[in-house]
Design a protein around this ligand. Sequence first.
Ligand SMILES: Nc1ncnc2c1ncn2[C@@H]1O[C@H](COP(=O)(O)OP(=O)(O)OP(=O)(O)O)[C@@H](O)[C@H]1O
Ligand SMILES: [Mg+2]
Length: 286
Amino acid sequence: MGAQDKSIEALQEEMRLAKEELEIQRWGIAKTNEAIKTLYKELEKKNEELRNLSDLKSSFVYGLTHELRTPLAMIKEGLLQLSEGASDAPPLSQKQSRLFSIALENIDRLQRIINNMLDMAKLEAGKAELNTEEADLIALAHGTIAACKPMADKKGIELKERFSLAKIIIPVDKDKIVQVFTNLIGNALKFTAEGYVEIGIADKGAAVECYVADTGAGISKDDIGKVFGRFQQFKSAGSASYKGTGLGLSIVKDIITLHGGKIWVESEPDKGTKFTFTIPKAQAKR
Ligand SMILES: Nc1ncnc2c1ncn2[C@@H]1O[C@H](COP(=O)(O)OP(=O)(O)OP(=O)(O)O)[C@@H](O)[C@H]1O
Ligand SMILES: [Mg+2]
């Protein structure tokens, strides 16, 4: 055997070994693939379980809050009648009146929380169907602004309208859009001690763009990413008088998303906040 034959043999041996190595690697990859597939299936199963749990939670919250409404309304009615006093009863003392008004204020707050949670649960459970009809967005905004006027006057805050058109008719769920304006303007008034709140609506071709801007407390960089989350409330100046639930903005976002629109926020602490949302003129098919 010559030196050349030997090196050919050695090469052949090397190739055989390399082939074996490749075979082993291929086997390893096949096994890994199988393992990934199994993991993926398990993940799907877990996701499905989580979805079911989340649905269960939503319908539980929905059922519970729904059940709470009637007894609460009855307690309120009873307290109201007691606080007004019967014609044959002695007038209430100052302390009694104060206790009644504290109790009634807290019932109002509880009712607001329950209504917010009901809205949220409805939206989450997909129970919230859009009741879409052609409506004038300008008129809806104008009506909401008028309803917010007493609160603005009480705080000495001006409500400004910046509407680029006299009318913009698009398909929307009127009640839900009014809720969006109410929540956004309500927040703006709540977190603004002085200055103004400006509401704008403009035609942007395929969509209508609306904004609610204020000259209030603003939201810090740390918090701004969380504003649309559920039960999120941050330390803001001027918010002490009204305790909310931190659900308003998440409801707003759900409603805008249901309409196929987008919402975003810009804010600078101590300067003000601007919420902008869009609503497409043609509703996407669902
Ligand atoms: N215009 C605003 N200016 C400053 N901070 C705001 C403004 N809007 C919202 N925020 C901050 O975001 C938080 C969440 O707002 P959101 O409307 O969801 O809840 P809320 O107003 O506290 O309670 P709810 O709306 O349920 O009664 C507020 O608590 C506040 O800290
Ligand atoms: Mg709010």
